[in-house]
Structure formats: C-alpha cells, structure tokens
Design a protein around this ligand. Structure first.
Ligand code: SF4
Length: 325
C-alpha cells in the first residue's frame, strides 16, 4: 500500500505529548561513561563484551571513538582491556576473561548486580528460584549464571508449564525477575505461578528497576490521549519493546519502535491528531529531538511534556575509574 501524501505545510490542531521521564537511566549513563573513561585512561582499543547498552547509535558512536565490540570475552586478544556491558555477566564470563589475562571492568548496572546478589543469597539458603525473564536476553544469561542448578527460567505465562515437576514439592521457592519487564505482565505471571505453587515466596524488593517502571508509568499517563505512540529505541532493547506494548495496552491505537526519525512512515499519521513520544532507557535525547523535528515537518509542532516522576538517581563509576572524577 502506498503512503498517503501529507503536505508539511498544512497546520492543524496536531500535537505531540512527550512522556517524561524517558531515555537514559542511571545504569546506562554509567555504562556509557565507563567505556568513554576507559578509552581516555587506557587508549584505544578498549574491547566491550556485547553491546554496552542495547542502542545502535550509542554502540556506533563508541565504536568511532575506538571501542571494539566482541561477542565473547575470549574474542579479545590476550591481556586486552575490556568492559562488560550494563546487562551483567555470569561468573563463567569473568573466568573466561581471567584465562586470557584480560583486564576487565564490569559496567553491570548496580540494579542488575542487586539481582545477582539475591540469586546467590537464595541459592545459598537452599531456595529454588523461578526467574521471570526473556530467554536469550543477556541480563537473563548473566543472572541465571550465578545459580545454574537452582534457577529456572519462566518466559511468559506459557513458560510455567515447562517447569520441572519436582518444584511442586519444593518447600523453598521464590520468584525473582529481569529488571526491564512489563510490571503488569510480570504480576500476571506471578499470579499464575502462585496458583500452581502456593508455597511461592515474594522477593524482598522489586527487581523491575525504577527506570523501567517510571517509563512505563509515563507512557500510560499519555497513551489514552494519543492515536499514535512513537517509542525511540532498538529492537533488542527489552525495556523499549515493553513501552510499545504498554502504549497499545493502555489506549494508543498504534505504537511503533524506531531507532531513528528517518524510520517514521508518514502513513502512520493518517487521521492522527495527537502523537505520543517516549524512549527506552538506553536512548540518548538527541534521537528523541530528531523525532520531534521530523514530526514538526508534518505539522505536529505543538509539544507538551507530561511529567509523571522526577529522577535524581546517579551511580558512581566502577571503582577502577573513580580516581578520574
Ligand atoms: Fe539499570 Fe534499569 Fe537502566 Fe537497566 S534499565 S541499566 S537495570 S537502571
């Protein structure tokens, strides 16, 4: 189907609602700065295991500055400087790096490390852990790697049926989760888990991080007023993908994920007065402003920011780089 021709000159009551908070969280800010500081301190190249954060623009920009992204720690040369991504790694990855004398800096978000510590603690206390998360996501691999024997992945409600049978008789059972899930969906999964395992205990605190929760609340606050929601973020960014789902579930007729303004299809604007914009926790604001400018070309130049929370959290850099502060 061909796109309708919409004249950039026509101005109507077209409006943009800009969700706040959006974009960079404290963990992403810290991880990106860790790579930048490591490049300053040690010089290029600095190797980075996996994408430092799940955003194409951020990865490409750091690569231009001298970061080399590799899939495994063992892909870097002997003795290299390496940063581990914000998503966290398992002890096996630390061992793999140590075997090649790699000087590793762990940029895992402290809120991911908190979940690692919970997994280690409950494993030690004799619990089996039902870990709610997405199969294949780096954070899930890193977290479950801290308790290979006793952690069982629950990927969606459908994943409950595939859990091992012995868990029904297991008295010490607790659930934990990936940090970037949909709050509503996770609670739905927990409800189903508790129906199957009445002995299931709740974690001591939320694992879904403040940034994920705040961005979902901010999208919910505007979704009903928007015919269209544009979320800036990459397809492999869990929290960004969740924002698209949250928008659709809470009143937006349509919602799309774009890495860049150039991916916006004018056909999406047909019959649309109000467009909501948000961005995932790994997205720099420059990309959101690119979308705002692109929409202005189509008459959406009345911008209202709707703020549902203030964020003041900042994480210190990894210790080895702190003297550069
Ligand atoms: Fe940390 Fe949450 Fe940001 Fe992930 S989204 S880096 S867990 S603050």
């Amino acid at each position: 189907m061909s796109s309708p021709v919409i004249s950039p000159e026509i101005k109507t009551g077209k409006k943009i609602l800009l969700a706040a908070p959006r974009g960079y969280c404290a963990g992403v800010d810290r991880a990106v700065e860790t790579v930048e500081r490591a490049l300053e301190e040690y010089g290029a190249p600095v190797y980075v295991r996996k994408e430092i954060v799940h955003n194409r623009y951020v990865v490409d920009t750091l690569a231009e500055k001298g970061a080399i992204f590799v899939d495994q720690a063992s892909d870097a040369p002997e003795g290299a400087n390496m940063v581990f991504s914000a998503h966290g790694v398992s002890p096996a990855v630390h061992a793999e790096a140590a075997a090649k004398n790699i000087k590793a800096i762990d940029a895992a978000c402290p809120l991911v490390t908190k979940v690692h510590n919970e997994v280690k603690r409950f494993d030690k206390q004799g619990f089996h852990i039902l870990f709610i998360g997405h199969q294949g996501h780096e954070e899930v691999e890193g977290t479950m790697g801290h308790s290979i024997e006793k952690t069982h992945l629950v990927d969606g409600v459908a994943g409950i049926d595939t859990l091992p049978e012995f868990l029904a008789d297991e008295p010490n059972l607790i659930w934990l989760s990936q940090t970037t899930l949909s709050v509503d969906e996770t609670m739905e999964i927990v409800k189903e888990l508790k129906a199957k395992y009445p002995q299931l205990q709740d974690p001591p605190s939320d694992d879904i991080c403040y940034a994920t929760q705040n961005r979902q609340v901010a999208v919910k606050a505007i979704a009903e007023r928007c015919e269209l929601m544009i979320v800036v973020g990459s397809k492999n960014s869990s929290n960004s993908v969740r924002l698209v789902e949250v928008a659709k579930q809470n009143g937006a007729d349509n919602a799309y994920l774009v890495d860049y303004a150039r991916e916006i299809d004018p056909a999406w604007f047909e019959g649309v007065e109000t467009i909501g914009i948000s961005s995932g926790a790994s997205v720099p604001e420059i990309l959101v402003q690119g979308v705002v400018e692109r929409l202005a070309e189509f008459g959406y130049d009345d911008v209202e920011e709707v703020t549902s929370a203030a964020e003041k959290i900042v994480f210190a850099l990894p210790r080895v780089l702190r003297h550069k502060d």
